[in-house]
Write a protein that binds this ligand. Sequence first.
Ligand code: HEC
Length: 133
Amino acid sequence: MKRWLLLALWTSLGLWACSRDRDLPEPYRLLEVPSGRLGSAEARENGRTLFAAACAFCHGEKADGHGARRENFTRPPRDFTSPAWRRQTTPRRVFFAIREGVHGTPMPAWKSFSETETWDLVAYVLTAGEDHR
Ligand code: HEC
Protein backbone atom coordinates (compact mmCIF):
# COMPACT_ATOMS: atom_id res chain seq x y z
CA MET A 1 0.00 0.00 0.00
CA LYS A 2 2.76 2.38 1.02
CA ARG A 3 4.66 1.64 -2.16
CA TRP A 4 1.67 2.64 -4.25
CA LEU A 5 1.46 5.91 -2.43
CA LEU A 6 5.12 6.65 -3.13
CA LEU A 7 4.75 5.73 -6.76
CA ALA A 8 1.76 8.03 -7.09
CA LEU A 9 3.69 10.84 -5.46
CA TRP A 10 6.67 10.55 -7.81
CA THR A 11 4.44 10.27 -10.83
CA SER A 12 2.60 13.44 -9.96
CA LEU A 13 5.84 15.30 -9.24
CA GLY A 14 7.13 14.29 -12.67
CA LEU A 15 3.95 15.42 -14.36
CA TRP A 16 4.12 18.70 -12.50
CA ALA A 17 7.67 19.36 -13.77
CA CYS A 18 6.62 18.69 -17.39
CA SER A 19 3.45 20.69 -17.08
CA ARG A 20 5.43 23.83 -16.36
CA ASP A 21 6.23 24.08 -20.08
CA ARG A 22 2.80 22.99 -21.28
CA ASP A 23 1.49 26.47 -22.00
CA LEU A 24 4.38 27.26 -24.36
CA PRO A 25 3.55 27.26 -28.09
CA GLU A 26 4.28 24.00 -29.89
CA PRO A 27 7.81 24.26 -31.26
CA TYR A 28 9.07 25.55 -27.90
CA ARG A 29 7.11 23.15 -25.71
CA LEU A 30 8.67 20.21 -27.54
CA LEU A 31 12.23 21.54 -27.73
CA GLU A 32 14.90 19.15 -26.67
CA VAL A 33 16.91 20.84 -23.94
CA PRO A 34 20.67 20.31 -24.53
CA SER A 35 21.43 19.68 -20.86
CA GLY A 36 25.07 18.76 -21.49
CA ARG A 37 25.76 21.97 -23.35
CA LEU A 38 23.80 24.04 -20.80
CA GLY A 39 25.94 22.72 -17.96
CA SER A 40 29.25 23.38 -19.74
CA ALA A 41 31.63 26.20 -18.90
CA GLU A 42 32.01 26.90 -22.63
CA ALA A 43 28.28 27.61 -23.08
CA ARG A 44 28.21 29.83 -20.05
CA GLU A 45 31.25 31.85 -21.11
CA ASN A 46 29.93 32.27 -24.64
CA GLY A 47 26.54 33.26 -23.21
CA ARG A 48 28.17 35.80 -20.94
CA THR A 49 29.97 37.43 -23.88
CA LEU A 50 26.80 37.59 -25.98
CA PHE A 51 24.88 38.93 -22.99
CA ALA A 52 27.41 41.72 -22.37
CA ALA A 53 27.15 42.77 -26.01
CA ALA A 54 23.40 42.51 -26.61
CA CYS A 55 21.50 42.42 -23.32
CA ALA A 56 23.43 44.20 -20.57
CA PHE A 57 22.32 47.71 -21.45
CA CYS A 58 18.81 46.78 -20.34
CA HIS A 59 19.34 43.78 -18.06
CA GLY A 60 22.51 45.09 -16.42
CA GLU A 61 26.20 44.11 -16.57
CA LYS A 62 25.56 41.71 -13.71
CA ALA A 63 22.20 40.54 -15.10
CA ASP A 64 20.53 42.01 -12.02
CA GLY A 65 18.04 44.16 -13.97
CA HIS A 66 19.98 47.37 -13.48
CA GLY A 67 20.95 48.30 -17.01
CA ALA A 68 21.50 51.82 -18.25
CA ARG A 69 18.32 51.71 -20.32
CA ARG A 70 15.48 50.97 -18.01
CA GLU A 71 13.69 54.27 -17.49
CA ASN A 72 10.11 54.55 -18.66
CA PHE A 73 9.84 50.82 -19.23
CA THR A 74 6.32 49.47 -18.73
CA ARG A 75 7.98 46.56 -16.97
CA PRO A 76 11.52 46.84 -15.63
CA PRO A 77 13.95 44.10 -16.74
CA ARG A 78 14.00 41.02 -14.54
CA ASP A 79 16.71 40.41 -11.96
CA PHE A 80 18.19 37.16 -13.30
CA THR A 81 20.30 36.70 -10.19
CA SER A 82 17.17 36.15 -8.08
CA PRO A 83 16.89 32.54 -6.84
CA ALA A 84 13.10 32.91 -6.72
CA TRP A 85 13.00 33.76 -10.42
CA ARG A 86 15.28 30.86 -11.27
CA ARG A 87 13.08 28.44 -9.38
CA GLN A 88 9.91 29.41 -11.20
CA THR A 89 11.28 29.35 -14.73
CA THR A 90 12.67 26.60 -17.00
CA PRO A 91 15.30 26.50 -19.77
CA ARG A 92 12.57 26.26 -22.42
CA ARG A 93 10.75 29.32 -21.04
CA VAL A 94 13.93 31.39 -21.11
CA PHE A 95 14.71 30.19 -24.65
CA PHE A 96 11.17 31.13 -25.70
CA ALA A 97 11.44 34.64 -24.19
CA ILE A 98 14.74 35.30 -25.98
CA ARG A 99 13.54 33.97 -29.35
CA GLU A 100 10.10 35.58 -29.35
CA GLY A 101 10.52 38.58 -27.06
CA VAL A 102 8.02 39.42 -24.33
CA HIS A 103 4.88 41.01 -25.74
CA GLY A 104 3.80 44.23 -24.11
CA THR A 105 7.32 44.95 -22.81
CA PRO A 106 10.41 46.45 -24.49
CA MET A 107 11.97 42.96 -24.70
CA PRO A 108 12.65 42.38 -28.41
CA ALA A 109 12.66 39.03 -30.24
CA TRP A 110 16.19 37.81 -30.95
CA LYS A 111 16.04 35.72 -34.09
CA SER A 112 19.54 36.67 -35.18
CA PHE A 113 21.17 34.27 -32.74
CA SER A 114 21.64 30.65 -33.77
CA GLU A 115 19.95 27.98 -31.71
CA THR A 116 23.24 27.18 -29.97
CA GLU A 117 23.90 30.84 -29.22
CA THR A 118 20.39 31.13 -27.78
CA TRP A 119 20.95 28.09 -25.52
CA ASP A 120 24.28 29.62 -24.44
CA LEU A 121 22.40 32.77 -23.43
CA VAL A 122 19.99 30.54 -21.48
CA ALA A 123 22.97 28.88 -19.77
CA TYR A 124 24.33 32.25 -18.70
CA VAL A 125 21.03 33.81 -17.64
CA LEU A 126 20.08 30.80 -15.47
CA THR A 127 23.42 30.82 -13.63
CA ALA A 128 24.09 34.58 -13.54
CA GLY A 129 23.44 34.68 -9.78
CA GLU A 130 26.37 32.37 -9.11
CA ASP A 131 28.91 35.03 -10.11
CA HIS A 132 27.90 37.60 -7.56
CA ARG A 133 27.10 35.79 -4.36
C1 HEC B 1 15.57 47.08 -24.80
C2 HEC B 1 15.85 46.47 -23.53
C3 HEC B 1 16.13 44.97 -23.49
C4 HEC B 1 17.10 44.29 -24.17
C5 HEC B 1 18.15 44.83 -25.12
C6 HEC B 1 16.96 42.91 -23.78
N1 HEC B 1 15.92 42.76 -22.91
FE1 HEC B 1 15.25 41.01 -22.10
N2 HEC B 1 13.67 41.99 -21.29
C7 HEC B 1 13.51 43.36 -21.25
C8 HEC B 1 12.28 43.66 -20.53
C9 HEC B 1 11.76 45.05 -20.26
C10 HEC B 1 11.71 42.43 -20.18
C11 HEC B 1 10.37 42.21 -19.47
C12 HEC B 1 10.52 42.21 -18.02
C13 HEC B 1 11.21 40.99 -17.62
O1 HEC B 1 10.56 39.92 -17.56
O2 HEC B 1 12.43 41.06 -17.39
C14 HEC B 1 12.63 41.38 -20.64
C15 HEC B 1 12.44 40.02 -20.45
C16 HEC B 1 13.40 39.06 -20.70
C17 HEC B 1 13.28 37.67 -20.33
C18 HEC B 1 12.08 37.01 -19.67
C19 HEC B 1 12.23 37.09 -18.19
C20 HEC B 1 11.19 36.28 -17.49
O3 HEC B 1 10.77 36.69 -16.45
O4 HEC B 1 10.81 35.21 -17.97
C21 HEC B 1 14.45 37.06 -20.70
C22 HEC B 1 14.83 35.61 -20.52
C23 HEC B 1 15.28 38.07 -21.31
N3 HEC B 1 14.61 39.28 -21.30
C24 HEC B 1 16.54 37.85 -21.80
C25 HEC B 1 17.24 38.77 -22.59
C26 HEC B 1 18.45 38.47 -23.32
C27 HEC B 1 19.18 37.13 -23.27
C28 HEC B 1 18.77 39.57 -24.02
C29 HEC B 1 19.93 39.77 -24.99
C30 HEC B 1 19.99 38.85 -26.11
C31 HEC B 1 17.78 40.60 -23.72
N4 HEC B 1 16.86 40.06 -22.86
C32 HEC B 1 17.79 41.88 -24.22
C33 HEC B 1 14.33 44.29 -21.85
C34 HEC B 1 15.39 44.01 -22.69
